[in-house]
Design a protein around this ligand. Sequence first.
Ligand code: GAR
Length: 210
Amino acid sequence: MSSDFLLPRIGTKENPVRLAVFISGGGSGLQSLIQYQKIPRVHITSLVISENNNAGGLKIAEENEILALHVPLPQIKNKSEIRLEHEKKIQQILERENSELIVLSGYMRIISPWLISKWKGRIVNIHPSLLPNFPGAHAHRDVLAAGSNFSGCTVHLVDEGVDTGPILGQSRVIVRANDTIKSLQDRVKIEEHKLYPRILDNLCSGSISL
Ligand code: GAR
């Protein structure tokens, strides 16, 4: 694997790696991670960021006394400027809060090469399919349309592509004949909620090398 990925420092239970979790929606993955961190781990969620003021995960973070910030998209016309200005704001917050690892958990925006260049090796994502199959925003729909017998979830480091970075772990889920997007999504999420904390343990304890 390419060595331009700079992995996070090794955390300890006394000095855990400080996670910034990015969300866009309900936040069930965030909730399960916070639950996992109720006892000391080598990582801790210290910041939650969303571009969506109605994201359920912001409330979950607040209820758990974790700094939860709505970072709205700037009201400007040019699309690439919107992304850059938004990410500049986020980068300022990450620096101010001493964040050490970005954890995408249902974050539905593409990260620009600019932010990746600052964090490469320290941004992880969870995707609801067995990558490299079915990347993109509609994985469950695409799995069902293709008639696949199995699906699952993947945790990977984020690179400049969409759902293309080095894979750190996967879990498999059987697709049932009567599955809908919702029923498949629900079963995949159960696996996601087990996989992500385990991979974060590995990443933040130094047991993953590239
Ligand atoms: C999760 O299934 C996650 O894998 C997916 O969004 C869901 C978020 O659920 N992420 C993507 O599709 C990223 N492209 P949650 O808000 O309940 O955690």
